[in-house]
Ligand binder design. Structure first.
Ligand code: SAH
Length: 345
């Protein structure tokens, strides 16, 4: 198998240079071409000799994504991209403009095996994990296409990032590397459905990213109804893991809570949620559930959402309601890819 050069750290590139009989300093030059100057191919690397380029072509693959579709929202400029991976699989990436900067939501896997009942991305199960280069390239390709700097990243697209742990951590270190795009770890959020052992492992990496936990329910019974992962880890185990994460990293966890009409949006559930969030000083992000046609869950009413939020605030919990962006371009997450795959069939 060929080496995926865009997933290699500078140290690994140095070893590669040595093995190719080249000088070590070439490693940093090549790293910067790939990760800072976002070169589309070896040809752009003007200070690299033709002989070295030839050796690289013969020993390494140069991962690039191909844009298949792009939809731009007329309402807020949000863009959804559908990219083809080198093996023909597809992933969705979203570009959003906020007052505080541009944000990109990336996918971490092709499909997902977590099986959350309200989610479109898991309907066909997991196809495969993404390589670090394939996560990086989603951001690089959006940067090339928009010509604008990306300052925030959320790993909230298709896939469970902690189910692709090693590649995720490598990606996080590379995207925040000063020889690459140098995106501040504090501006990166990784969202998980709650793989407890991996959350504990992540705590030890000493990264300054924000960890978001997709909680979506306040009791184990209710959580099991909508998230199969709740059969493996209880809410009490999750809260313990959050506590460890906070203690090890000093970073507050965000709870994500998708409001589903008649399922998890009562005032009593808001009160329970406040009790879970308080000891951990968590921020809560409420998401009106995006209806997925295969699923049959409905969004909570505006009144229920406001009442839920008010209850949390009364209990001194900081809460935001996720602003809905790009609603005019393909409803729920994963829908652009889903439609494309269905058309192909
Ligand atoms: N697997 C990770 C990250 C991907 S999903 C996780 O579970 O956190 C990103 C967020 O969107 C999660 O909180 C997920 O539960 C939520 N989500 C998935 N489908 C949704 C839908 N139809 N409406 C609203 N939120 C949804």
């Amino acid at each position: 198998m060929q080496t995926d050069i865009k997933s290699m750290t500078t140290e690994e590139l140095k070893d590669l240079m040595r093995s190719l009989g080249e000088k070590e300093f070439r490693a940093k030059q090549i790293y910067e071409w790939m990760h800072k100057k976002l070169a589309s191919d070896y040809e752009e690397m003007t200070n690299i000799s033709a002989a070295l380029k030839e050796k690289l072509k013969n020993t390494c693959t140069y991962t690039k994504l191909q844009m298949l579709r792009m939809q731009e929202s007329a309402e807020d400029g949000t863009r959804k991209y559908l990219f083809a991976l080198p093996d023909g699989n597809t992933v969705e990436t979203v570009f959003m403009r906020y007052k505080h900067g541009n944000s990109v939501c990336i996918s971490s896997q092709v499909g997902c095996r977590m099986g959350c009942k309200f989610c479109a991305s898991t309907l066909d199960g997991l196809e495969r994990c993404l390589l670090p280069s394939e996560m990086l390239e989603q951001i690089y390709e959006v940067t090339r296409h928009t010509g604008e700097r990306v300052s925030n990243i959320v790993v909230m697209g298709t896939g469970e990032p902690l189910d692709n742990y090693d590649n995720l951590v490598r990606f996080l270190r590379m995207i925040s590397d000063e020889n690459g795009l140098n995106i501040s770890q504090r501006n990166i959020t990784v969202s998980t459905c709650g793989l407890v052992p991996k959350m504990l492992e992540l705590a030890k990496e000493k990264l300054q990213i924000t960890l978001a936990l997709s909680l979506h329910a306040t009791t184990d019974e209710k959580r099991k109804e909508i998230m199969p992962i709740a059969n493996s880890y209880s809410i009490s185990q999750l809260m313990d893991a959050c506590k460890v994460y906070f203690e090890e990293t000093g970073r507050r966890i965000t709870f994500e809570y998708a409001l589903i009409a008649g399922v998890n949006d009562s005032i009593e559930q808001a009160a329970q949620l406040a009790e879970l969030a308080r000891p951990l000083h968590c921020h809560i992000n409420l998401i009106p559930v995006n209806p997925v046609k295969e699923r049959g869950y409905a969004e909570s009413s505006k009144a229920a959402i406001v009442a839920f939020k008010n209850k949390l605030e009364k209990k001194q919990i900081t809460v935001t309601i996720r602003r809905e962006m790009g609603r005019d371009i393909d409803g729920a997450c994963g829908q652009l890819r889903r439609r494309y795959v269905c058309e192909k069939k």
